[in-house]
Write a protein that binds this ligand. Structure first.
Ligand code: NAD
Length: 296
């Protein structure tokens, strides 16, 4: 089994590390947060005091970090640079910017380091259960090399060359965010008309309006009142912006997406910094002086 360096032991990273450990892989992890490093040691991984210590001797480096800024700062830092083993494989599994991933791959390749993008969908539960969808972009040979690791997390779908995984992920989340927003408006309107939200969800989930929002997010995190999916609203907004930037750069029309971003931005400005993305439903209700309460 290989030794993997893992950066970003947060909501997604930690359960993913546990999947690797359960499959017999050795994991050397680093996170800025001390509590996260302690949790890694408790789970049976090697907690490292610095990024350089984590990558030393690792053949694979997994990044599960907030965005491209952090990814580049970590992997391009002089200390990591000096410690990376030649020909090692860097896998960015966070939701980063596809154009920046392509440029990063180019820079790493010149130093003899390989790079693929393999972002995921399926949330914290998918990370815990190993049922994520892994959207991979990269060379055939590199994807083959990564397969024993990526298979620990769920089902791998190849999107294309480097950057294509990150493009697919951002576009997926743009659709997901738009569904969540429009379902919030529709369920609120239905409730005002007298249709109970749970009943409307049951009907929609047997009909053509269903989505991941109506099947999962509404029953599990919104009507339950928990708003604790483990995916931050600001991360969803980041993904929407990546997707719309991609559309703009390839000259693809996306007027509805731009309008959706405006509303999500307004919500982000009015909610706490750490708000869960499912809070968008509560925010939509609050802006029309209402709340969504199921009677069932
Ligand atoms: P998170 O905020 O819970 O975890 C991020 C972790 O990175 C934190 O523990 C933070 O301390 C650490 N970190 C930040 N800067 C660092 C640095 N320089 N060095 C080392 N560690 C650093 O976020 P998350 O929800 O786990 O998401 C991680 C990535 O996965 C994001 O790109 C997100 O968009 C994506 N994603 C999240 C979900 C989800 O449901 N939460 C699902 C799919 C994809």
């Amino acid at each position: 089994m290989t030794t993997t360096a893992f950066f970003g032991l947060g909501n997604m990273g930690m359960p993913m590390v546990k999947r690797l450990l359960a499959a017999g892989h050795k994991v050397r992890g680093f996170d800025l947060a001390e509590e996260a490093r302690t949790r890694l040691a408790e789970a049976g991984g090697t907690s490292c005091a610095s990024p350089a210590e984590a990558v030393a001797g690792a053949s694979t480096v997994i990044l599960m970090l907030p965005n491209s800024d952090v990814v580049e700062a970590v992997i391009m830092s002089p200390e990591v640079n000096d410690s990376l083993t030649s020909n090692s494989l860097v896998i960015d599994m966070g939701s980063s910017d596809p154009f920046r991933s392509q440029s990063l791959e180019h820079q790493l390749r010149q130093r003899g380091i390989r790079f693929i993008d393999a972002p995921v969908s399926g949330g914290v539960r998918g990370a815990q259960n190993g049922t994520l969808t892994v959207m991979a972009g990269g060379d055939d040979e590199d994807l083959l090399d990564a397969s024993a690791i990526l298979n620990c997390f769920g089902t791998v779908k190849r999107a294309g060359m480097v950057g294509a995984g990150h493009a697919a992920k951002a576009l997926n989340n743009l659709m997901s965010a738009a569904h969540l927003l429009v379902s919030s408006e529709a369920i609120l309107a239905g409730q005002s008309f007298g249709v109970d939200p749970s009943l409307l969800l049951q009907i929609v989930n047997d009909s053509s309006g269903k989505s991941g929002s109506t099947e999962n997010k509404w029953p599990n995190f919104i009507l339950s009142g928990t708003f604790n999916s483990g995916f931050a609203l600001k991360l969803m907004l980041k993904d929407m912006k990546i997707a719309v930037d991609l559309a703009d750069r390839v000259h693809s029309e996306s007027r509805l997406s731009h309008a959706a971003i405006q509303l999500w931005e307004e919500a982000a400005a009015n909610l706490p910094d750490n708000a869960d993305h499912t809070e968008i439903a509560r925010w939509v209700a609050a802006t029309s002086q209402g709340s969504i309460v199921s009677q069932r």
